[in-house]
Structure formats: C-alpha cells, structure tokens
Design a protein around this ligand. Structure first.
Ligand code: SUG
Length: 415
C-alpha cells in the first residue's frame, strides 16, 4: 500500500440550488438561486488539477443518471408528471460530494488486510437517499481488485453518511491507525444524520479492531449551528486531528484518545474563531494532506481566506511553526453555495494506486479532455423552475453520455 488517493465527484450537469438539505445553512440560504453547472464542474476540475500539481494522486467518480428515473418510478411517477418538489429531489447533483459516497477503512486497519468500503445509505435526505445504488455500481468497478472489499449500504433504519463522519489517525497512511466514527444524537432543530448503529455496523463489516475503533459523539451545538456532517468542524490526516473546540460532545475524551495514541489534537478555540465563522467559512472542510515533501498542507476554500477571524488564526498558526505548514486556497464557490467545500468533494482511499481501475484515475491530459466536454455539454445556468423542462433533461442526459463514452465507462450508463 502506498499513499492516499483523493477521488473527487465530477460536478454533474444538473447542479442546481433547490434548497433540499434541512440543517445545511448554505443550501437553505441559496434556495432558488440560479446555478452555474458549467462553472461549477470547471471549478471542480481545477481543484483536481491543483492537487495533481501538489504531487497528490487524484481520482474521480462520475455523476449518476439524472433524473433518478428508477426512484421516480418507485414513487409511481415520472419526471414529467412529478410534483416540483419530488422532481427536484430526482434532479440533484449531490453525488458530487464524494465524502458522502462511502466509509473507507484502509487495509492496515482491517482483519483481512483488505481495504474495505461501505457505500453510504444517505437515508436522511430524500434527494440523497437514492444516490447509493449508482455509487455502489461505480465502487464495484473502481475497486474490483482483490485488494478491496466493497459492501452494500447498511439497512436504512440507521442513517449513514459515509466518510464525512469518519476520521482516521495513523503515523502514516500505510501504518495501522485508529478510526474515529462520529455520530449525532440530537442536533437541536436539525436532524442528526449519522447514527451510531450505522457506524458500529460499518466498523464490524470492515473487520476493525475494537481496541482501535472509537465512537465519538458530535456536539449538539455544532449540528444546531449548521455542521450537518462532522467534516464541517473537524478533519484528520496522518497523526493530526484538526478540530473546532466545540466539534465534539466530550472534547476531553477526544483529547485523551489523541494523547494516549501519540497523535496531535490541534484545536481552534471558540474565542478565536466562533463556531458560526468556522461553519460559514468551511475552515475545517479543508483537505488536510501530506505532500510528497512531507509538509502537512491545508487546502481551504476561498471563503475561509476571506473570513478575517479564520485567516488571522491560520496566519498565527503558520507563523508559530505549528503542525500545518502550508495553506492552499481553491475556488469551489458553486459547490460551497450548496454547503460542499473542498473536503466534501473528495473521498480519500489509502491504497496502492496500481490496484485501482485506471479509468477512475486522473492526470492532466484527462482533465483537459474533461474540461472540453464540460465546456461544450454542461448547461451554463439552471433556474429551479426549469428542472422539469424536457430540453434541459435531454441536454443533461446527453452530457453524461458523452462523459461516460470519453472515460470508457459506458457500462455505467443506467447507473
Ligand atoms: O448533503 N448539500 C449536501 C452537502 C454535502 C456536503 N458534504 C460533506 N460535508 N461531506 C448535503 O447537505 C444541497 C442540495 C440542494 O439543496 O439542492 C446538498 O445536498
């Protein structure tokens, strides 16, 4: 096993702002705005390009078919006939947030030395609840090699939102680590999307060592303030856990866990960056990565650069020679307006890249090709009332078809 690959979800041609996610403040704030799918997807491709330039391995996932016709059929309707609210749920491009695709336990943590992936059921939000079947088909292709085991979703009785609520600490990617599953009990006015029963099931399915597996409760205050996933207030990489002081219900437990295992907890105090600023700027929804040079680097969204409290905390941290040695800024504004930052857009898989189906791996030449396809086939704009317009639906279908053909993934046509 060597290193880590970030698989980014290509932002699909149906990207829109229908305001579907209760508890996700950005989604609610931008409900009804006109989206820019083409610009959105190009921003996503540029982020992948920037990661390659940093020397990181990069992969991709393709968007599922939209509208979600099977889901509509199961509801006894069609995209043409559905009520607008149902139609919007069938048109969402939410699979772009690949951190919610699956939970991943790398081989050094599991009892059979395979890398295990469990597709997330995403049952808490209707528009995300039908993502898993197309995601599973893709995971089964990308990770068909014997080095991996891909599991179906845990039963929908229990909500599972994948890697967004899971963190791993290890001396290095290829070393055995400890896995932290973060669940919610209550989120005040908002739903707690990750249930402990689902987290426990994933840990069992992955054959994790109970002594190195920990279930951590997310703080109610964080969920109530808009942290609908743990990765909005915390992120881990290698031996470092970077978190807001109010991320967890019992922060002392998390601190003790880090100390006991020789890992570092880098906490941002509420007195320096409020929970509200952290959530509005997505400071913690950054990609925390180790560059080939060994430098721990934080890839933040533009919004975090622009938030005075956040930027001055980062400047002080860099000046203090702290654990994070470098900060990079990426523009993913179109995704951010739906509550998805740089970390939401990627699924991390620590594995040997030669064991991954190369159709899901990316280099600069492939990104150039994808940018051309996006530039000529992705809609420039979508207004929510247009979501059932036949010509838009035809364009979206065609755009995906061209993408799949180009990536030699036409076998995923039906999902
Ligand atoms: O599930 N937004 C996503 C954002 C997911 C972010 N992912 C992580 N934090 N890992 C969500 O709330 C908005 C869709 C809309 O409103 O149209 C949406 O689904």
């Amino acid at each position: 096993m060597s290193g880590e690959i970030n698989f980014d979800g290509i932002i699909g041609p149906s990207h829109n702002y229908a305001g579907l996610s209760l508890g996700n403040l950005a989604s609610a704030r931008n409900a009804g705005e006109v989206s820019q799918p083409r610009a959105a997807a190009l921003q996503g491709l540029d982020k992948m390009r920037a990661n390659l330039a940093l020397g990181l391995a990069q992969g991709l996932f393709v968007p599922p078919p939209r509208p979600a016709r099977d889901w509509l059929a199961a509801l006894g309707t069609t995209i043409e006939a559905a009520e607008p609210g149902i139609a919007a749920n069938a048109m969402s491009a939410s699979s772009m947030w690949a951190a919610n695709a699956a939970t991943v336990s790398p081989a050094p943590d599991t009892d059979d030395d395979k890398c295990h992936l469990t597709v997330a059921n995403l049952r808490s939000m209707p528009h995300r609840s039908h993502e898993w079947s197309a995601t599973l088909a893709q995971l089964r292709l990308a990770f068909a090699d014997g080095a991996f085991t891909v599991h179906g979703p845990v039963p929908p009785a229990f909500g599972d939102e994948g890697a967004a609520n899971h963190m791993r600490l290890a001396a290095a990617h290829g070393e055995p680590g400890i896995e932290l599953f973060v669940y919610g009990v209550t989120g005040g006015p908002f739903p707690a999307r990750q249930h402990i029963e689902a987290s426990r099931a994933v840990a069992r399915l992955h054959g994790l060592d109970p002594a190195r597996t920990h279930f951590i409760e997310q703080s109610e205050a964080a969920i109530a303030a808009g942290a609908f996933h743990n990765d909005v207030v915390a992120v881990a990489n290698g031996p470092l856990l970077f978190a807001h002081e109010q991320a967890f219900a019992r922060r002392d437990e998390v601190a003790a866990l880090c100390t006991a295992n020789d890992f570092e907890l880098l906490e941002v105090p509420a007195s320096e960056v409020s929970l509200e600023d952290a959530i509005a700027s997505y400071l913690f929804n950054a990609q925390l990565v180790t560059l080939p040079t060994g430098e721990m680097t934080l890839i933040i969204p533009t919004e975090a650069r622009e938030m005075a409290s956040v930027w001055s905390w980062l400047e002080r941290h860099l000046a203090s020679n702290g654990a994070i040695r470098r900060v990079e800024v990426v523009d993913v504004r179109q995704s951010m307006a739906n509550g998805g930052g740089p970390a939401c857009l990627r699924l991390r898989v620590a594995c040997d890249p030669t064991r991954v189906d190369p159709r899901f791996l990316v280099d600069d030449a492939k990104l150039d090709r994808l940018a051309e396809i996006v530039g000529s086939h992705w809609p420039v704009e979508i207004a929510v009332p247009e979501l059932q317009r036949p010509s838009l639906i035809a364009d979206i279908g065609r755009a995906r078809e061209v993408l799949l053909e180009n990536l030699d993934l036409a076998q995923l046509a039906s999902g």
